[in-house]
Design a protein around this ligand. Sequence first.
Ligand code: NAP
Ligand code: MG
Length: 499
Amino acid sequence: MASITLPPGTQLEAGTLQFLSDTRLLWIDGDWIAPKSGKTFPTINPANAQILAEISLAEAADVDQAVQAARKAYETTWRRMLPAKRSTLLWKLADLIEANEQVLAELETLDNGKPLAQARADVKGAVKHFRYYAGWPTKIEGSTIPVSAPNKLVYTKREPLGVVGLITPWNFPLAMAAWKLAPALACGNTVVLKPAEQTPLTTLMLGPLAKQAGFPDGVVNIVTGPGQPTGEAMTLHPDIDKIGFTGSTQVGKKIMEAAAQSNLKKVSLELGGKSPNVIFADASLDAALASLTWSSFYNTGQECTLGSRVYVEAPVYDQVITALRKSAAGLRIGNGLSNPDLGPLISEVQMQRVLGYIDAGKSQGARVLIGGERLQGELSSGYFIPPTIFAHNDDALRIVQEEIFGPVVVLAPFDGYESAISRANNSIYGLAAAVWTQDIKKAHRFAEDVKAGVVWLNGYDLFDAAAPFGGYKQSGIGREMGKSAIELYTQEKAVWVSL
Ligand code: NAP
Ligand code: MG
């Protein structure tokens, strides 16, 4: 293991250091297993570009071993387990995640870069998610159908899909794993889970925690490695029944292709976004401005729902710009362990991508009001870009149309409702949207007219395990969370009985 340089005044839990001390193996059939090729790859701390740990690289043969373990567990134990027992195990896993909050948060901060308090909030969110879905196994009901055939009884059951492959991104590693794992397991599926190569640590820790909770071996398997070959081997595997994916729209399309090419596995996709955040002149500006800094820059802008396109009604445009500029300039940036407001970007690649967009914005004529360059000095060894604000009035710009996934927000003025809604909907994406107004009719009209899977009226980025979440247009297929995720991880069977 490489040595970890800590910011002054910080120290890590013994459990965190212990988890980083060995090469991390794959978690298959209830045990740590070395990959057949013996290959590894490093995971990096984006705050200083140091190697944190060597991680095993799963190839197709390793993925196959994980799928076989999952299939066996599905057929021999998990699908037959009494629903109440599955509930107990999910609740126990939630308790164990909660008990390990500090270690999980430290691992997440080291691996992803996010501020420690935000990593802790992610752990708490994962706990809530497991607790919410722990209630579901005993409530997955079918129905009876009044068919118009004589002497027939028809009833339906919702059954698990079988072995599901779950592929997650690097921006909320533990939270995204929980969003998928909890409903998939509650519904009676066994899983092969692949975290993003940049952030495998917290997901790997779920393996032994599931074992400790009492999950039978093979129910939860975790394979690590890049999209190619690891993720691709999952999407092409003939014995995986479904892929649950969160990531980019581009990779989402590849997953659909692989599913079609192999066994027509089911696919649910949570993809990119470029969400409009619309502020009318009749809004409570105090509330809108209090939310705007975080809805623009939370997680260093690496969040699919962020309000990365802000439209402000002309009479209050200058006031909003001035306020955002001031609050963004006040954000503290630094190593996540020292608990700043914003951490680094995830990787050199992502940082260069974001800098490329900033250049494109400048060369296409948008005005940079603040930020725009990589931070130097103390933070120069990490991947730090400060909050960057562009003012523009041309929705055709690349920085307005494309997902940047960094601390870059674009603002434009508008005149009147029709202009606001048509500009809000001028996107290939449709993940989230928000509107700020005190006119209740205008707010609901916007909620009806906007093409997005989640809409916040006078709020931003509100989530709950019980509320459905997912995208319109190229932001995805399917809805996670709540009852919707039960539909994503089960299939309906109609049974005909001759009386
Ligand atoms: P990504 O590049 O699409 O990767 C997502 C996951 O897919 C990673 O585990 C990745 O592995 C894997 N992958 C890559 N190529 C693959 C392939 N050919 N077959 C199977 N798996 C493959 O996305 P990211 O850069 O990690 O995350 C950022 C994107 O995710 C953004 O576009 C963001 O909007 C989106 N996102 C959406 C939501 C949502 O809920 N809608 C939430 C968070 C993020 P490796 O990275 O290890 O190569
Ligand atoms: Mg990392």
